[in-house]
Design a protein around this ligand. Structure first.
Ligand SMILES: N[C@@H](CCC(=O)N[C@@H](CS)C(=O)NCC(=O)O)C(=O)O
Length: 320
């Protein structure tokens, strides 16, 4: 891992822990929107998405690109699974899509093109604008909102995954799921003290219990329709038994031990085109090989065996 300081790459070991050994996630830097009449108007063929198939935050944006049928309008690069000394790269490998826009070998070159003296972390996802030659946004929560509506006038697939009538409910679920689960798995896995680890794992499983109870009563997190909140949960849960349970020590229970959550995960996985966005090979190799301070042998476990194709019972559709 590493970071940029004044436009130059510097290797490090995954950020600075807090005083109690807690993992601290830094703020993202590029926060613009795509909207008519702005510096970044909606246009087919203008924007490019950089993702890693391993990363749950980038995975959200890949899913929204698919849900909204934007493959023909927004081009894609996929990094190599290994995040090594130089950070994310486009070294050849199975599933890697090289950077045809900027010709970068490493993602940090893309950040340096946007801001030559950039200081900060070099993360995926990145939404790039070919015309201005810069980064529009590198915050997944915002990129999925952009993809959800910005291209609707240009022929994106209909469907609002963040409908006004459900926003309060979606925001409330997102807040808890982000703090204790999406980011909670990292707080557990990157903790540098026993106390920091336990402080992360206990609320994480309280949230899983709370979600299980909710999904036993209703098909989706905010009621009868699937929403953004379900997709934000999905990208963490699809990685749960394969990496967070072992590599990040989130092991009080497995996802498959929660019948409703496991059914919900499979239902989303089986929704139109979503399984093609899931690459457990990239996911497992990335985590087990990229964090040598967590897994010094870099051995990638063979299991678990997961039957993701066992039929899920929920009919995934946004609010009509
Ligand atoms: N807030 C960002 C977080 C993205 C993020 O942390 N991505 C990780 C991969 S899972 C990354 O690229 N980390 C590299 C680093 O921190 O150096 C988002 O949600 O878009």
């Amino acid at each position: 891992m590493g970071r940029m300081v004044d436009g130059a790459w510097q290797a490090d070991e995954g950020g600075t822990p807090g005083p109690g050994g807690q993992f601290q996630r830094p703020e993202t830097r590029f926060r613009d929107r795509i909207a008519p009449g702005t510096r970044f108007p909606p246009e087919a063929g203008r924007y490019h998405l950089y993702v890693s198939l391993a990363c749950p935050w980038a995975h959200r944006t890949l899913i929204f690109r698919r849900l909204k049928g934007l493959e023909g309008m927004i081009s894609l690069s996929v990094t190599h699974w290994l995040m090594g000394e130089q950070g994310w790269s486009f070294e050849p490998g199975e599933g890697v899509i090289p950077d045809a826009v900027n010709g970068a070998r490493h993602l940090h070159e893309v950040y340096a093109k946007a801001v030559p003296r950039y200081s900060g972390r070099v993360t995926v996802p990145v939404l790039w604008d070919r015309q201005e030659g810069t980064i529009v946004n590198n915050e997944s929560a915002e990129i999925i909102r952009i993809l959800n509506t910005a291209f609707d006038g240009l022929g994106a697939k209909p469907g609002d995954w963040y409908p006004p009538s459900l926003r309060d409910r979606i925001d409330a679920v997102n807040e808890r799921v982000y703090a204790t689960l999406n980011n909670g798995v990292y707080r557990a896995g990157f903790a540098r003290s026993q106390a920091a680890y336990e402080e992360a794992v206990r609320p994480l499983f309280e949230t899983l219990d709370w979600l299980e109870e909710r999904l036993a009563r209703q098909p989706f997190l905010c009621g009868e329709a699937a929403t953004e909140a379900d997709w934000r949960l999905f990208t963490t849960l699809i990685r749960f038994d394969a990496v967070y349970h072992g590599h990040f020590k989130c092991n009080l229970r497995r996802l498959v031990d929660y019948p409703a959550l496991w059914d919900h995960t499979r239902s989303l996985y089986q929704h139109d085109g979503v399984r093609e966005t899931v690459d457990l090979g990239h996911i497992k190799r990335h985590y087990y090989m990229s964090h040598p301070w967590v897994n010094p042998s870099r051995i990638v476990p063979l299991g678990p065996i997961l039957d993701l194709d066992a039929p899920g019972s929920r009919r995934v559709a946004p609010l009509a």
